[in-house]
Design a protein around this ligand. Sequence first.
Ligand SMILES: Cc1cc2nc3c(=O)[nH]c(=O)nc-3n(C[C@H](O)[C@H](O)[C@H](O)COP(=O)(O)O)c2cc1C
Length: 198
Amino acid sequence: MKAITAIFIMSISLYACGSRHIPMPTKTYGAEATGNGRVLVAYATRAGSTIDIADSIAFGISQQGYCVDLVHINSIDNLIDYSAIVIGSAIRMGNVTPEVKRFVKINKEILQTKPTAYFIACLTLHEDTPENRAKVKDYLIPLREMVTPFAEGYFAGKMDYSKLKGFDKFVAKRMVKAPEGDFRDWGKIREWAFDLRP
Ligand SMILES: Cc1cc2nc3c(=O)[nH]c(=O)nc-3n(C[C@H](O)[C@H](O)[C@H](O)COP(=O)(O)O)c2cc1C
C-alpha cells in the first residue's frame, strides 16, 4: 500500500512539474546547406516569448547558407559539431536565467574556442532609449565575464499578465513595472540575425 501511495505521489509531482514547463521544440533549418558549417541557437525561456525570437534568429542565420539547430539550452549534449553558437535568454529580475549561466559556465572552455553570440528578451527595451540600452547591456555581464561574445542582441519581449501568477506577477507588475503587450520587433530581430557573420 505504501509503495502504491509513493508511486501515486511521484506521478502527481512529475505531472505537476512537467506541466509547468513550456514544450521544448528542436528544429533544424537549412539542413540541405553544406560547406558553411553548423550553427547552434540555444535558448532559455520562462513564458515562451524567447522561443519565437530564437526561432526567427535561427531561420535568419540559415538564410545565409548555414545549417542551424534550434535547441532548448537544457537539451544540448554536445557542442563539438558546431562552428558557431548563439545563446538567448529571457530576463528575470535583472538576470539571465540560471540555466543559461550554468550552461556557459560548464562549457566555458569550448565556447571560448568558437564564435559565440548572446541575445536577451526583456521588457526594459519596450522603449529603446540610450538609457534603457545601457541598462540591458548590464544583464549580460555575468556571461560576458565567462566568454566574450562576437555579437550581442537586445530585444524587447512580451508580457501577458493573464499567464502570470503569485510572486512572478507581483514582481513584474510592482517591481519591474513591465507594461503589458507584445513588443517584439521582428524586423529588428531578423536584421540582427542576418547581420551575424558567424
Ligand atoms: C517575474 C518577472 C521578472 C522580470 N524581470 C525583468 C527585468 O528585470 N528586466 C526586464 O527588462 N524585463 C523583465 N521581465 C520581462 C521579461 O524579460 C519579458 O517578459 C521577456 O519577454 C520574458 O521572456 P520569456 O517569455 O521567454 O520568458 C520580467 C518578467 C517577469 C515575469
